[in-house]
Write a protein that binds this ligand. Structure first.
Ligand SMILES: [Zn+2]
Length: 512
């Protein structure tokens, strides 16, 4: 190993810095509750799935539970227990979110009322929030509570899409100049729909709304955060007003152009995702019947043209649907059916990525949990049967998923799940050094018993902490280090004490 490589080795010891890290527009999806379904899925008739040459080799071989165990021989019983413990804790934290969701619901409903009655901006009067009336997807695994919501804006019936990269980013042009309320958001050419103008107007409207709105708890207030050029969202924080201004909840409101069904998906994604073996061909068809959504996101990269006015396809709705109905068997995880550990594996991976980003905010700046979710979706396509994800296999399945992400990073290729031509690990969007660091960090995590799987994030102030709560368990390797360390300290202390006593005796004897 040369010096350059050594300098990139992550040092896992030391304090953990907490920082806002996630690329949240990519984060609209967290495994949600499973919708009850009936019947079996079509297996796709055993037809061959799309090309897989870019996927890690180990994932291309079907495995049963036994071969999985052999494969992950590094998994000790202590690490397996640690993984199960972390999964249990994540479940508890997930249940806690309902308290925060009440506060966010009030904000969302009041904002929508304001927009609908706002006469100075008719384009937003027809806005709706996507997924209204159900729940919010919690974005981050750990506190503070963060939420995403998409504000659905109606796109024109027909428009022209111009691809700006390999199929994710587009410029949208009207076919003819319009006199509809959208007129306020087209460029001087009267055709190009401007994401930056729509986002700026959202900022103005949200600020205006907050002037008259008070949160249900008078000790808190909402405020708009500073605009980040790469973010497609208006980000708000709920802060305490009584001392400190501590952030309790953070919300991203993303304006989303929902494409008319007659327009359909852009050509690059029209064939649909690689789910034939896993969910079935019929399901792939149903997925592609969902509406295409564009969000105002700037294209990254030095040579990117039109970056200010680019839209990116959001697969939020589609991903949510797929993760909700995630089984090869349609009844997977239903009340009286067999369960699987797929969603737990995704939660654990998100937790580890969050832990890594908290620990190495600069080195892993390019990493976001969407990389983890992409690796997860590829794994689901290839490990398609429910038996491969049996609940008792959780530790093995999770390690397998982790190794898959590591392998993608080692190959510097992570194809976007829906637009495989887009490489999420290309040097244009993910620095080479950062990717090398990620490979080392993941390897080290596995070698040391996954100490960052449960990062020491702050507990949400909205969540009452019971004094009876058990102290958190520590990762197996950390405990091992401690037990080794304590006798050594004791020995050194005893020797120092003896030397001091001898010295005092000698000094006393000399004085006398
Ligand atoms: Zn399941």
């Amino acid at each position: 190993m040369d010096r350059r490589q050594r300098s990139q080795q992550p040092a896992l010891k030391g304090s953990c810095s907490s920082t806002r890290v996630m690329d949240r527009e990519d984060e609209a999806l967290t495994p949600a509750d499973v919708t009850p379904n009936a019947g079996q899925r079509s297996s796709g008739g055993g037809s061959a799935v799309r090309k897989r040459k870019q996927l890690p080799k180990q994932q291309q071989q079907p495995e049963d539970g036994c071969s999985e165990l052999k494969e992950s021989s590094a998994l000790s019983p202590e690490v397996a227990d640690w993984i199960k413990d972390c999964a249990r804790e994540l479940k508890i934290r997930k249940d806690d979110r309902s308290r925060a969701a009440e506060v966010v619901n009030d904000f969302r409903d009041s904002l929508l009322k304001f927009l609908k009655s706002s006469t100075d901006q008719p384009f937003f009067q027809s806005a709706e929030f996507l997924n209204t009336g159900s729940y919010f997807e919690k974005v981050k695994i750990h506190s503070p509570d963060e939420f995403d919501m998409m504000l659905k804006l109606q796109a024109p019936a027909r428009f022209q899409t111009t691809m700006l990269d390999d199929g994710l980013f587009y410029r949208l042009d009207l076919l003819h100049p319009t006199r509809s309320p959208m007129k306020a958001f087209v460029l001087e050419n009267e055709l190009t729909v401007s994401p930056s103008r729509i986002l700026s107007e959202m900022y103005r409207l949200v600020r205006k709304f907050l002037k008259a709105y008070t949160a249900p708890d008078p000790r808190c207030c909402w405020e708009v955060n500073r605009k980040r050029p790469s973010s497609p969202a208006v980000t708000l924080s709920l802060r305490r007003t009584d001392g400190g201004g501590e952030e309790l909840i953070s919300v991203d409101v993303v304006p989303a152009l929902v494409v008319h069904s007659t327009q359909g998906w852009p050509q690059a994604v029209r064939r649909g995702p690689n789910v034939d073996e896993w969910l079935g061909k019929k399901e792939r068809q149903e997925i592609m019947n969902l509406p295409c959504i564009f969000v105002p996101k700037r294209l990254k990269g030095p040579n990117a043209k039109d970056t200010k006015e680019s839209w990116r396809i959001s697969f939020s709705l589609v991903e949510k649907e797929m993760i909700k109905n995630h089984g090869h068997t349609k009844t997977c995880c239903e009340a009286n059916s067999k369960k699987c550990c797929r969603k737990q594996c995704l939660m654990l991976l998100k937790s580890l990525i969050e832990g890594l980003k908290q620990r190495f905010p600069e080195e892993l700046e390019d990493l976001c949990s969407y990389h983890g979710k992409t690796a997860f979706l590829h794994t689901l396509s290839l490990r398609s049967t429910d038996a491969m994800w049996a609940p008792k296999q959780l530790p093995v399945c999770f390690l397998n998923l982790l190794e898959t992400l590591e392998e993608f990073a080692r190959r510097r290729t992570l194809p976007h799940y829906f637009v495989p031509e887009c490489n999420l690990f290309s040097t244009r969007v993910f620095h080479r050094k950062s990717l090398d660091f990620l490979v080392s960090a993941l390897k080290q995590q596995r070698a040391e018993g996954l100490p960052l799987l449960k990062p020491p994030g702050p507990v949400s102030p909205l969540r009452p902490v019971s004094p009876m709560e058990e102290p958190s368990r520590r990762p197996p390797m950390a405990a091992a280090h401690d037990s080794h360390f304590t006798p050594t300290v004791k020995l050194v202390f005893a020797l120092t004490l003896v030397l001091c006593v001898l010295y005092i005796i000698k000094v006393t004897a000399n004085v006398n």
